[in-house]
Design a binder for this molecule. Structure first.
Ligand code: GRF
Length: 207
């Protein structure tokens, strides 16, 4: 195998998706290494998971900067220091700005079947709509809210007794597997984007 793909993972919360990636990269045949974990807040389990795994961490809080643009620039510089091949926003609850999006391919994950139910409350919004099937989406990030080209999706059934927490936990179980599978394929096999269509397995890593 050629050199492992370098991943910077961004988190804002419990970091179970990050944990799934940390577990996956422990196997060299997965083809990736997590070179840093970044967050937009302190004191979260996602950062603790990285520290326990011996992965370097950094925190860039929006409140530390005078403007969103300054935060965007600072965050992109922190990411760039680790020379990633792919940035993975794994439950990162901020929209990334141009300095990051124009410098690296960024993969994002969302707990609904996009383009339905984008935004911070995808699970709640899907339940409120009364859907019987929802799921998760792994997509390339663009400047919009969960609007980028879709890389992979998987469906999850909604049951009568579900509440938001139960359903989200069931989605997250599927989401972790989908994210690990998708990131692995991207670093090992590459991808191409034609219009909104993403194809895996095209050779080199391409934006
Ligand atoms: C995931 O469902 C992600 O899609 C959503 O928030 C959750 C993050 O979970 N934006 P975790 O921090 O990886 O446990």
């Amino acid at each position: 195998m050629s050199q492992a793909g370098r991943l910077v993972v961004l988190v804002s919360g419990s970091g179970t998706n990050l944990q799934a990636l940390l577990d996956a990269v422990a196997d060299a045949s997965y083809g990736a290494a997590i070179v840093a974990v970044g967050a937009d807040r302190d004191g979260i389990e996602g950062l603790a998971r990285a520290e326990r795994a011996g992965v370097p961490t950094f925190v860039e809080k929006l409140s530390s900067y005078g403007s969103r643009a300054d935060w965007d620039t600072a965050l992109a510089a922190r990411i760039a220091a680790y020379k990633p091949d792919l940035v993975v926003a794994a439950g990162f609850m901020k929209i990334l700005g141009a300095p990051t999006l124009e410098s690296f391919p960024v993969l994002n994950t969302h707990p609904a079947l996009l383009p339905s139910f984008p935004g911070a409350h995808g699970v709640r919004d899907a339940m409120a709509h009364g859907v019987k099937v929802t799921g998760c989406t792994v997509m390339l990030a663009d400047a919009g809210v969960d609007t980028g080209p879709i890389v992979a999706q998987e469906a999850v059934r909604v049951f009568d007794g579900d509440d938001e927490h139960l359903l989200h936990e069931r989605i997250k179980t599927v989401e972790r597997g989908l994210l690990v599978d998708t990131v692995g394929r991207m670093v090992r096999e590459g991808w191409t984007v034609t219009g909104r269509t993403v194809r895996l397995g095209s050779g080199g890593m391409k934006k």
